[in-house]
Ligand binder design. Structure first.
Ligand code: SF4
Length: 391
């Protein structure tokens, strides 16, 4: 059964104004070495309850994991292995990298530790927009980091952010062209998401402008040999993210660190549990454990849940529709039975009439309009216990 490990490193060089992740400015919280000590403790006390197994995908996310010294990464790998979580020799092992935080020596040490995929938070190649996004790194830092990875022949993905204040479709075209020039194996393009009252909400392209940006990104990347396989993700053939695929196909994963989420196939529909979102609460919880502990037995009720059918059905619809291959009707029927499938198909038919989804070859997919209005689609495909008569 596919299994992945996610490790959250919350340290950042700066706090970006649009960021939703759990992060803290370096120097304002405990140093990375002490934080890794907490992670080691978490691995030790939770391993038996998770159940030893081979790790097929390992993902260091954040925050800025590239701020960690390589020996700290090795310490975590060693502790995982000691507790029975050995890395598969063919595992996908990703480290998120902020431009300007690695040099050749550090990259070589990461590669020697087994990392084989790097995710670079480039965001934009426009210095003015980069500054506006509150990033500390410069475009030169991004270019140097990407060149370093390319020269080392390391597989890398880069993140682009679009629909920034004052950014035009032409600006996006330039960004995409510069990204393609580095020949990444994978690329993610995210539309900036901020609430209406946020300072970065002003001066952004309207819905039509954002749609034009989306379409331009897809067509430019397609022409360069990338295939869109999820709403925001593009890859050269064979370089799709295996770790994210776990999330999108009900695979099991163990999330370590502050705010990390986990999913195991326990019970009829699965078990979800998660760590506190604030570092002091996480630290308190991890240090309070002295021996093996059962998360279901000891975690507060608001940190774990056995999924019920309506929640599993909601998750299934959302993640399958995020993927470009879409949601197969037969998989829906097989997993949830005829009555639940009929309910979903009725709702899909209703939003098909609104032009949000399309059906072809027994698969339901988001239309172009649906890809831009995912919140609307997902809201219609959110199920309550009473919808299924299971309350
Ligand atoms: S570097 Fe990334 S994780 Fe850190 S604050 Fe900025 S966007 Fe958030």
């Amino acid at each position: 059964m596919a299994f992945g490990v996610y490790i959250h490193i919350p340290h950042c060089l700066q706090i970006c104004p649009y960021c939703d992740f759990t992060k803290y400015e370096l120097g304002k919280i405990l140093p990375p070495k002490d934080y890794v000590g907490l992670l080691v403790r978490e691995i030790r006390t939770r391993a038996r309850d998770i159940g030893a197994r081979t790790v097929e995908t390992l993902y260091f996310g954040g925050g800025t994991p590239s701020l960690l010294e390589p020996d700290l990464i090795l310490a975590l790998l060693e502790e995982l292995a000691n507790q029975g979580f050995r890395l598969d020799p063919a595992a996908e092992f990703t480290i998120e990298v902020n431009p300007g935080t690695i040099d050749r020596g550090k990259l070589n040490a990461f590669l020697a530790a087994g990392a084989n995929r790097f995710s670079v938070g480039a965001q934009t190649f426009d210095p003015r927009l980069l500054k506006l996004a509150g990033r500390k790194h410069s475009v030169d830092d991004t270019v140097a980091t990407l060149a370093l990875l390319r020269d080392a022949q390391a597989a890398f993905t880069l993140d682009l952010l679009f629909a920034l204040p004052s950014q035009t479709v032409e600006d996006v075209r330039v960004d995409v062209a510069r990204a393609i020039a580095f020949d990444p194996t994978h690329l993610s393009a995210y539309c900036l998401t901020v609430p209406d009252h946020h300072p970065m909400a002003k001066g952004r392209a309207d819905d039509d402008g954002q749609a034009a940006m989306f379409e331009l990104i897809e067509s430019e990347l397609k022409a360069a040999g990338y295939r869109r396989y999820e709403i925001s993700s593009y890859a050269k053939p064979g370089f799709e993210s295996r770790h994210n695929h776990l999330y999108w196909t009900e695979g099991e994963y163990w999330g370590l660190g502050v705010s990390a989420h986990s999913f195991l196939k326990r019970g009829e529909w699965g078990l979800r549990f998660w760590n506190p979102t604030a570092l002091p609460a996480y630290e308190k919880q991890v240090t309070a454990r002295t021996s093996d502990f059962s998360f279901e037995g000891t975690l507060p009720a608001h940190q774990h849940e056995r999924l019920r059918e309506h929640e599993a059905l909601t998750d299934f619809c959302h993640v399958r529709l995020r993927m470009i291959q879409g949601m197969p009707e037969n998989a829906l029927r097989l997993k949830f039975g005829e009555a639940s499938a009929t309910l979903v198909l009725e709702r899909l038919a209703a939003i098909e009439r609104q032009g949000l989804v399309e059906k072809a070859d027994s698969h339901w997919r988001l239309s172009t309009r649906g890809k831009l209005l995912t919140n609307m689609v997902f809201e219609k495909l959110t199920f309550l216990a009473e919808d299924l008569g299971t309350h």
